[in-house]
Ligand binder design. Structure first.
Ligand SMILES: NC(=O)c1ccc[n+]([C@@H]2O[C@H](COP(=O)([O-])OP(=O)(O)OC[C@H]3O[C@@H](n4cnc5c(N)ncnc54)[C@H](OP(=O)(O)O)[C@@H]3O)[C@@H](O)[C@H]2O)c1
Length: 278
């Protein structure tokens, strides 16, 4: 007997994969979607509960095929966990509108479409949990991550509206706000032009990218995050915000709330501009 059915979207690598595995290990039936999955997991009881389906969240026909195939595996959706994201790194001035569109299509509009696919099923069930992977970048800006930051800020505002509108149907919403975690596959990471030496942002952008890379590779383990997401999903009343980060990133969020904007900008600009050594 499964604990429930969870759709995990963007589950072929990093935090999504760890979260899908954690739900399966906890006894949920998991239907995960992504564009390309690696080798199947070794055959264990948990792996037997983990189904993988092809899904490109930016393509309507792919989303519809995923929903049909998922409902053929299980007619329920007790939890939808949305982890799919791409990251564009580069200065605002040299990040083109097409790059912003690409990030919004995957990180925000794909999310909206998948939530809209799950909501009628959850309303009929009279219950459901929508677990949306935001980021610390959903709460504050970081230099050279404007497209990603914009998409995560959009998600934060959307989730508040969603939580208020759907509570009457027994539906709960959670924003997962990870700080740096190991994960982040290279094929979902796009660089806007900034390497060119003539580019006025080149030196500062390259330094910031080095800090971002260093902080992620030294980040928290994805498995721990997956287990925390499962524990929250198992609660009768989920926490709306689940922030999982190192103490310095919790502090950055607190300072962002308390300090004047210009002081915050100076702290973050120094951190990313001096190679993370402030
Ligand atoms: N790692 C961190 O430090 C960190 C920090 C804060 C927040 N987060 C958030 O956590 C989530 C996972 O991040 P991650 O670092 O683990 O990244 P990741 O390893 O790059 O995983 C991204 C996932 O999104 C999927 N994806 C991308 N485009 C897709 C599309 N068009 N259709 C379907 N799936 C798509 C990828 O699968 P395919 O490419 O196979 O489709 C992959 O499974 C993201 O929402 C991210 O914003 C991560």
């Amino acid at each position: 007997m499964n604990k429930g059915t969870a759709w995990v979207i963007g589950a072929s690598s990093g935090l999504g994969l760890a979260t899908a595995e954690a739900f399966a290990a906890d006894g949920w039936l998991v239907v995960s979607g992504a564009r390309r999955f690696g080798a199947p997991l070794p055959s264990t009881p948990a792996a037997g509960r983990l189904h993988t389906l092809p899904l490109d969240v930016t393509v309507p026909a792919s989303r519809a095929a995923f929903v049909d195939a998922a409902l053929a595996i299980s007619p329920r959706v007790d939890a939808l966990i949305y982890c799919a994201a791409v990251l564009v790194l580069g200065p605002c001035e040299h990040t083109g509108v097409q790059e912003y569109e690409r990030v919004m299509q995957t990180n925000f509009l794909g999310l909206v479409s998948m939530v809209n696919a799950a909501l009628p099923i959850m309303r009929t069930q009279g219950q459901g949990k929508l677990i949306l992977f935001s980021s610390i970048n959903g709460l504050l800006g970081i230099p050279y991550q404007s497209a990603y930051t914009a998409s995560k800020h959009a998600m934060e505002g959307y989730a508040e509206c969603l939580a208020m509108e759907t509570a009457r149907f027994g539906i709960q919403v959670c924003l997962v706000e990870p700080g740096d975690h190991r994960g982040g596959s290279q094929h979902t990471r796009l660089h806007a032009a900034c390497a060119d030496a003539d580019n006025p942002y080149a030196a500062s952008c390259q330094t910031a990218l080095g800090v971002i890379h260093r902080d992620e590779t030294g980040g928290l383990p994805p498995q721990m995050l997956g287990q925390k997401v499962v524990r929250n999903a198992n609660r009768k009343r989920m926490r709306f915000r689940l922030r999982v980060a190192k103490p310095d990133q919790h502090l950055a969020v607190l300072l962002h709330k308390l300090l004047p904007a210009r002081l915050n900008f100076r702290i973050l600009t120094d951190y990313y501009g001096k190679g993370g050594n402030t």
